[in-house]
Write a protein that binds this ligand. Sequence first.
Ligand code: ADP
Ligand code: MG
Length: 353
Amino acid sequence: MHDEQVTDFEPADETALSALPHSGEHEVETTLRPRKLAEFIGQPRVREQLELVLASARKRGVPPDHVLLSGPPGLGKTSLAMIIAAELDATLRVTSGPALERAGDLAAMLSNLAEGDVLFIDEIHRIARPAEEMLYLAMEDFRVDVVVGKGPGATSIPLEIAPFTLVGATTRSGSLTGPLRDRFGFTGQMEFYHPEELELVVGRAATILDITVDEDAGAEIARRSRGTPRIANRLLRRVRDYAEVRANGEASKEVVRAALEVYDVDELGLDRLDRAVLSALVRSFGGGPVGVSTLAVAVGEEPSTVEEVCEPYLVRAGMLARTPRGRVATATAWEHLGLRPPAGTAAEPSLFD
Ligand SMILES: Nc1ncnc2c1ncn2[C@@H]1O[C@H](COP(=O)(O)OP(=O)(O)O)[C@@H](O)[C@H]1O
Ligand SMILES: [Mg+2]
């Protein structure tokens, strides 16, 4: 099965802290994916809601409502899509928004579905308009209208499709059109994971990969993983490499620190670009407010990179606030850079509280 993630930031950013999968990680990610809802760590709200949706559908013997999973990369959307199919004992069909360029691509996919199948559309916000419009009717009435011919002679042939469940995943629910969003019966909003939850993710992966990490080491990896299981699992493997070469294979807290120093991952999981953004915000703009484009120019990056790669985590870590007048550094940001925040600097809630 393939579940490649296509994003707007190509070529893929392969730094240790990228939340997107690296090109060689497909196999290990597959090995580490939770298979059942009970194995899925964290996201208590989404998990409980999904449990109810699935249990009720099973009881009534009908395919459950269509499910939209929304949130930053690496938080478990693809894993949950697979879990939904597994929990329903259903066949999973996988495609992605960018692969559905023409309505015909989607019609082919839909007409091949069997009753009860789960159709997973990754990056669903990137679906082309004609395919999206076809999807409306398919989601609502399990029917599509296939247009044959062109101009005045064109006819539309209705085509029945088997009742199915659509699972859509998106990193940008904001760019989904209203009509598409409205046709999902359930939306799971995925949140960044707390360090204690990531400790469980690391512990689970260490067992599967047969890596020895003590408790302190696991906690240290978790704290530096930007609230993201994909990153936690990757840092664990980098620590394993380091431990094998320089520390007899045993990962202690000191080994974690030394290993992650090599990969430029700081104590709160910030990388070079995050620190550059914070440093510009604090040192060049007095802590803000400053517009995101100005900030991006100051660090030599595209505004979209700053906005979509750096900011979501900086906001969740309580270091940066987005205000109507621009970006503002919080007290935590000043302190993280070893500086004293000016009087009146706001503190923001953080994943680490
Ligand atoms: N809740 C979780 N528990 C354990 N591992 C997880 C969890 N969520 C994600 N992972 C791990 O992170 C990796 C990336 O998850 P994935 O579902 O591909 O994220 P997304 O589709 O949101 O980018 C998976 O291979 C899996 O190993
Ligand atoms: Mg995915």
